[in-house]
Design a protein around this ligand. Sequence first.
Ligand code: DHB
Ligand code: FE
Length: 309
Amino acid sequence: MPADLISKADMKKLAAEASGISTPGGNARVKEVTNRLLYRLMQVIDECDVSMDEFWAAIGFITQTAKNNEFGLMVPGVALEHFLDLRLDEAERLAGISGGTMRTIEGPLYVAGAPLSKGEARMDDGTDPGEVFFIAGQVKDENGNPVAGAIVDIWHANSKGGYSFIDGEQAPYNLRRRIETDAKGNYLARSIVPNGYGCPPESATRALMNALGRHAERPAHVHFFVSSPGFRQLTTQFNFTGDKYLYTDFAFGTRDELIVTLDRVTSAEEIRKAGVNRPFARAKFDIVLVREKVGAPATIVQREHVIAA
Ligand code: DHB
Ligand code: FE
């Protein structure tokens, strides 16, 4: 069939009617968003001459994504989670907020309720043969004052790129810890260097990436939620210098301000001091929190989080 069979006015009318725009009742917000979505979707179908077969294939794909509980993975892959960050960054700028550590996407693999300890934590259970990794940092306010008692909630993949709870291969909460900063605002985590995460081979998200001619890999990264009363909660990650997927992250999470350089330590003296028995890696990740401000857009996102039993 040719494209552009239907006039814009007819599509607008149909979308408005389907969205209950001129009927009383219902939820005004749902009506508004449904109306705009439907109108745009109709336009895309008409402009691209989407066939009925293609349309129902797309519905089947979306249904499969839902059956796999995969929308949390799909959303970053099509840049929408990053897009929401860009909007929040800009809304903060307009609200006069600046200066804290850059945010980036939460991603779909957070598990709430990780073990909490003061000052430091060991995150790995000793079974991962990966490189020993110390992450040290200080939580500060915008003036450089330490924030004692902040909660640094850290999660990352193992040396195979898998997340505990999600991959079903690791102990619950392996590589997931909450650390309360000490009196100087410092936290220290002993863990293992993560590998990059790739979408599961059978996932709908990987199928979509294949169809788009894109890869479905993330560079290695470490996730953070950082919170302290009176401060805006921060959702962020860091990546590593030199990672081959650093600038093609399928999930659009990389930001230049959030790249750390791994320091590889081989000196016998340092190894002994660190209490380990082999060369290790370390990185420093300081975090600046900004004070909460009345009327500023919220940084705490209400979304479903699993809790490992
Ligand atoms: C995805 C996976 C991650 O580990 C992450 O941090 C963000 C996104 C994903 O599969 O979409
Ligand atoms: Fe991740």
